[in-house]
Design a protein around this ligand. Structure first.
Ligand code: B12
Length: 422
């Protein structure tokens, strides 16, 4: 089949990231024998170029990747599906091909987005196997109803998402599968070594995107793929795994194999500040890790418990010191205003973050409420939302009594600390 894959990017002015999710789906479709065209453009350019492409080439199916719903800003958030809906409208005007939607943002709100966009099919969770399965069945005029993760318009029961053994899922290669700008100091190529997250942080949407069971890619495949990027000039990677350090045995194996293979690359990773040994941190430094996103979120034991975090502030201090000792920069994260937050716990967290002396700190005020999370339950019980609230529209939890005080207090602390981002 002749397939078009679309990803509406956010333009250069925002934080640009390469469309890894779409590339994963593209490489799977190509391997299955389909002919795949890809278009990754900001909204205005998409509007200008898509109609011409659709009239020149008759596509048999169009896939649309919906990565982001919003920018998670409580005040004046950007709502991205609006831009995607315009793209859907253009497709409808210029083509009769079925429209198939997937992606991280889509998987959080599958039915709602499918209906909002007016697309024909949706695939929740991993795209590789189910997308190809759907294409094959459409081509052969077979029923599609039992495809893993399939979402259909107006259908209330969704089929469970499919989660594969990653060893069997093809990896995108640079250029051919994942189009990237020329290498530069600002470009951090997204790279994934595992999927799933066994943690259950009260506000997190990851389970609906990647599922809970952790699936790892064999270290040998990871290294071989990294080397393909390095050979084409890309040496900086952003490891998009939710928690690079879990499980620790796999993280150590990856780092030691990378170092032994002489990958000559540098990378950043996201870590969960819990159960990190010196052996792992040493191995990360040896394998080229330059910076970690240290999502400690709070310095208050009570608030951490309400977030379902497994660590306490002492664990964070220990982990942070280890990174500092091995020369790995720490980008700390604070998430303020969740259930149980008070003025005292906010001040405790700000002081805690200050004492950690991370090289940079990102502060978010208010927690985005995602469906199916414990946070949604709290928000319902406290009357912050009702059963009728449309959570697709950026909706935030902010503990009572902090509305004006919290943003002003954070702004005042950040004003005196140029390495704090707020
Ligand atoms: C790593 C990460 C980042 C890194 C990216 C680094 C880099 N160089 O790429 C950084 C920190 C920079 C970042 C930034 C942002 N991020 Co982010 N990020 C993630 C994270 C943890 C992983 C994303 C990833 O690359 N996954 C790996 C790829 C392979 O998976 P995937 O994209 O989901 O694709 C699979 C499926 O979705 C599906 N699929 C994808 N496309 C398609 C298409 C079709 C047709 C089909 C059928 C299937 C399909 O198949 C793919 C393969 O299985 C996710 C959370 C998560 N667990 O997904 C959040 C996440 C995607 N980010 C999110 C957000 C909000 C953002 C920001 C807007 C934050 C901000 N305020 O700036 C920016 C946006 C940047 C941008 N320009 O897009 C949200 C999106 C939800 C929302 N509320 O909008 C998420 C879900 C986190 C969350 N809060 O829940 N992010």
């Amino acid at each position: 089949m002749k397939i078009l894959l679309l990803h509406v990017s956010e333009g250069a002015e925002r934080l640009p990231v390469a469309p890894l999710g779409m590339a994963c789906v593209a490489v799977a479709a190509v391997r299955a024998g389909h002919q795949v065209h890809r278009l990754v453009l900001p909204p205005e350019e998409m509007k200008a170029r898509l109609p011409g492409l659709l009239s020149r080439l008759a596509f048999d199916a169009i896939g649309i990747s919906v990565r982001n719903i919003d920018d998670q800003r409580r005040v004046d958030p950007v709502f991205f599906p609006q831009q995607v809906r315009r793209v859907v409208d253009l497709c409808r005007r210029c083509s009769s091909a079925p429209l198939i939607v997937g992606g991280a943002g889509f998987s959080i709100f599958p039915q709602r987005i499918l209906d909002y966009l007016g697309a024909d099919y949706g695939i929740r969770g991993e795209g590789e196997v189910s997308f190809v399965d759907l294409l094959d069945r459409l081509q052969n005029h077979q029923p599609v109803d039992d495809i893993g993760g399939l979402v259909l318009p107006g259908r209330s029961t969704a089929i469970p998402a499919r989660f594969s053994d990653l060893a069997t899922v093809p990896l995108p290669r640079p250029g051919r599968d994942l189009s990237l700008p020329a290498p530069s100091a600002d470009l951090w190529v997204p790279f994934q070594t595992r999927r799933g997250c066994v943690m259950d942080c009260s506000y997190c949407s990851t389970a609906s995107i990647e599922g809970r069971p952790l699936r790892r890619r064999p270290a040998k495949q990871v290294i071989a793929n990294l080397k393909e990027y390095v050979a084409t000039g890309y040496r900086q990677f952003f490891l998009v795994d939710n928690t690079f350090n879990l499980p620790e045995s796999y993280a150590v194996e990856l780092c030691e194999t990378m170092q032994a293979a002489g990958c000559s690359c540098v990378w950043k990773a996201i870590v969960y500040p819990w159960r990190m040994s010196e052996r792992l941190v040493r191995a990360m430094a040896g394998a080229g890790c330059e910076e970690v996103s240290l999502g400690f979120e709070s310095g208050s034991p009570g608030v951490l418990r309400r977030m379902n975090k497994r660590y306490n502030p002492e664990d964070v201090i220990g982990v942070s010191r280890l990174f500092s000792r091995y020369g790995i920069k720490r980008l700390g994260f604070l998430l303020l205003g969740g259930p149980g937050e008070t003025r005292d716990t906010v001040l405790e967290s700000l002081q805690f973050a200050d004492d950690l002396e991370c090289e940079a700190l990102k502060i978010t005020v208010g927690l985005r409420i995602y469906p199916g999370t414990p946070l949604e339950g709290v928000a319902l019980r406290e009357g912050v939302i009702t059963a009728a609230t449309d959570l697709l529209r950026p909706t935030f939890y902010l503990a009572p009594g902090l509305e004006a005080w919290l943003p002003a207090t954070v702004a005042a602390w950040a004003a005196e600390r140029p390495h704090w981002l707020y």
